[in-house]
Design a protein around this ligand. Structure first.
Ligand code: UDP
Ligand code: MN
Length: 239
């Protein structure tokens, strides 16, 4: 059977949250063998997210953990809780194959992307649109088909100069390296991904996807706050 894709999505309350989650769930409904792990940045699970998840018909796990500290990387504590859930629920000795992907709730995902990541042996990588201070940030692939570096403007000296949306990890690697998590403190902007990946793999382990990193299949889009909202209307109506 197809390896399962575990898509880990941190999410938080804001005006456009339901719109973003609706769009994302509509994408994920097209993906076979996907398990959506949604982690709310909140003190308790909200009915907005819970009802939305239930109605999608997707296979999902709904978690929550509230971020109270002022940390540099939004979503890190939530991603770590999802990693803990995977480690608590699966064992390296299980026969089931899987891949873990950190999928923020506001990005844009092509369906091809999920085909590309599904058979990841260790860590697979691909370009990401609208990140790294570029139209798209990419990976350099040499004539042997190995990743040799990065095409980025922002902080090019990072060992893994890649956005959260630009890689996926084999589930067994996540389970076997059970102490690898995102750092909550003392990690500067844009270094969260490299700090995490450095503890899992070396550059030579990386598997370039998306036609040797020549196709953009995911975009680091951001949903702008709707301008000029004059009224919040009936508070009993969810939106
Ligand atoms: N997020 C969160 N709590 C916050 C801010 C963000 O859980 O206080 C989530 C957000 O919903 C998204 C991810 O963390 O899934 C990354 O946040 P965002 O998209 O705002 O970051 P950016 O696009 O600026 O990197
Ligand atoms: Mn975002």
């Amino acid at each position: 059977s197809l390896p399962t894709i575990y898509a880990i999505t941190p999410t938080y309350k804001r005006l456009v949250q339901k719109a973003d989650l609706t769009r994302m769930s509509n994408t994920l409904l097209h993906v076979a063998n996907l398990h959506w792990i949604v982690v709310e940045d909140s003190e308790s699970k909200t009915s907005l997210v819970g009802d939305l998840l239930r109605k999608t018909g997707l296979k999902y796990t709904h978690l929550n953990v509230h971020e109270t500290e002022n940390i540099t990387s939004r979503g890190s504590r939530q991603r770590n809780l999802a990693l803990k859930w995977l480690r608590d629920n699966f064992s390296v000795n299980d026969s089931n194959e899987g891949v873990v992907y950190f999928a923020d709730d506001d990005n844009t995902y092509s369906l091809e992307l999920f085909d590309e990541m599904r058979y990841t042996k260790k860590v697979s990588v691909w370009p990401v649109g609208f990140t790294g201070e570029m139209r798209f940030a990419s990976c350099k692939v040499n004539e042997l088909g190995k990743v040799s570096g990065w095409v980025v403007v922002f902080a090019p000296n990072r060992r893994f100069a890649i956005d959260m949306a630009g890689f996926a990890i084999n589930l067994k690697l996540i389970l076997s390296k059970s102490d690898v998590n995102f750092r909550l403190f003392n990690v500067s902007r844009g270094k969260q991904e490299t700090t995490f990946l450095q503890r899992l793999v070396t550059l030579s382990d990386l598997e370039p996807k998306a036609a040797n990193c020549t196709k953009v299949l995911v975009w680091h889009t951001r949903t702008s706050e709707p301008p000029n909202i004059q009224s919040l209307g009936d508070p009993n109506i969810e939106s």
